[in-house]
Write a protein that binds this ligand. Structure first.
Ligand code: TRP
Length: 346
């Protein structure tokens, strides 16, 4: 069984364990603040975070700002994307009393953990990481030292707060596996300071973008949560379709039409084929109208809440300041244990 299948198989037991004793678990998850959050993030991951938080599990969300510069040469807009991501997650129902939002760059002790962790992995292991290889290829740039080693940094994201649950997408499984290896090797070499975390895969289906490919800001096919209804309508109007007036759900042969149908279906809780039947011979025009209405209706409460929160100018910075301060306290305590385990307390 490969690690994906093993993780899927483990999910019911893991969910059961969390439900039985939420206070014994700690969740750490997060994202790279490379762009605004979109519908795929909301349905794929944020809804799950809210569910976990509401079940009583303490949750940490990292806006991984140093990970932004793994595959690009600029940190432009990173602050804007960090703040936007916090705003969207508050609007979606994450409560800053129960969830700690923080960034790499504000937590020096977390970053310092990377040094002993780097000593526990070989260069060959780093080069084998399939996600790093794929991201490097996609970047079209030379492999930077940070790109090669960021999974070790990500292990520090997870281990600094001793999280045992890491909700992630499939592409992140190699990083969680490496984190487990690092936790184990640290125990073998020094002392059992860390517990080995487990990945949690969300049930949500892959969210297609407006062109039928995976929703992603860089592909220009994403419905951004913070867009206005008019911007949403304009974006959907521009989406490519085909000339067949009969609307059918056929992801292989009609990816663009099917992407729109999937979006409308996800936002209305129906099956894509059902939406297609309803549109019938209405053509791309009606398909786009139906999709726009579905998206704007579905996102209206989120957007209203987002606007309400955004009207409080100090709110997001305050949430980050408090989250960063809490992460700093926890990271310093962990680093102190690491110093002790390594005989480096002076
Ligand atoms: N690499 C993750 C992504 O691209 C983001 C991330 C950074 C993360 N640190 C993390 C996810 C720690 C889970 C745990 O989406």
């Amino acid at each position: 069984m490969d690690s994906y299948a093993a993780t899927v198989a483990r999910m019911p037991a893991l969910r059961g364990a969390v439900a039985a004793a939420p206070h014994e678990h700690r969740v750490l998850t997060g994202e790279r603040p490379t762009g605004p959050l979109h519908l795929g993030h909301l349905l794929g991951t944020i809804v799950e975070r809210v569910r976990l938080q509401r079940s009583g599990v303490e949750t940490f969300v990292i806006l991984a700002d140093y990970q932004v510069i793994t595959d690009r040469e600029t940190a432009e807009h990173v602050g804007e994307h960090v703040r936007g991501a916090v705003l969207d997650q508050l609007a979606a129902g994450l409560d800053p009393q129960a969830t700690t939002f923080f960034v790499h760059s504000a937590v020096p002790a977390l970053n310092q953990l990377m040094l002993p962790f780097l000593s526990l992995v070989s260069e060959a292991e780093l080069h084998r990481n399939p996600t790093v290889r794929a991201e490097h290829e996609l970047s079209g740039r030379a492999l930077s030292g940070l790109m090669l080693t960021y999974p070790v940094h990500q292990a520090a994201d997870i281990l600094f707060c001793k999280a045992d649950l890491v909700p992630v997408g499939k592409d992140q499984l190699p990083h969680v596996e490496l984190t487990r290896v690092i936790a184990r090797r640290f125990a073998e070499r020094y002392a059992p300071v860390f517990r080995a975390p487990e990945p949690m895969l969300t049930d949500a289906p892959d969210i297609p973008g407006l062109d039928g490919r995976k929703m992603s800001k860089s592909r220009g096919n994403a419905i951004v949560l913070g867009m206005s209804p008019d911007e949403t309508a304009a974006m959907i109007r521009k989406a490519r379709t085909d000339t067949d007036r009969r609307i059918t759900f056929d992801p292989d042969d009609r990816p663009e039409v099917s992407g729109l149908l999937s979006t409308a279906a996800l936002c209305t809780g129906r099956a894509p084929a059902e939406v297609a039947d309803e549109i019938g011979d209405g053509g791309a025009g009606l398909l786009k109208k139906v999709t726009t209405e579905a998206v704007n209706t579905f996102l209206a409460p989120h957007r209203a809440r987002r606007a309400e929160l955004a009207a409080d100018p100090g709110l997001v910075d305050d949430v980050l300041r408090r989250g960063n301060a809490r992460a700093v306290r926890i990271a310093e305590a962990t680093l102190d244990e690491v110093r002790g385990a390594m005989g480096m307390r002076y």
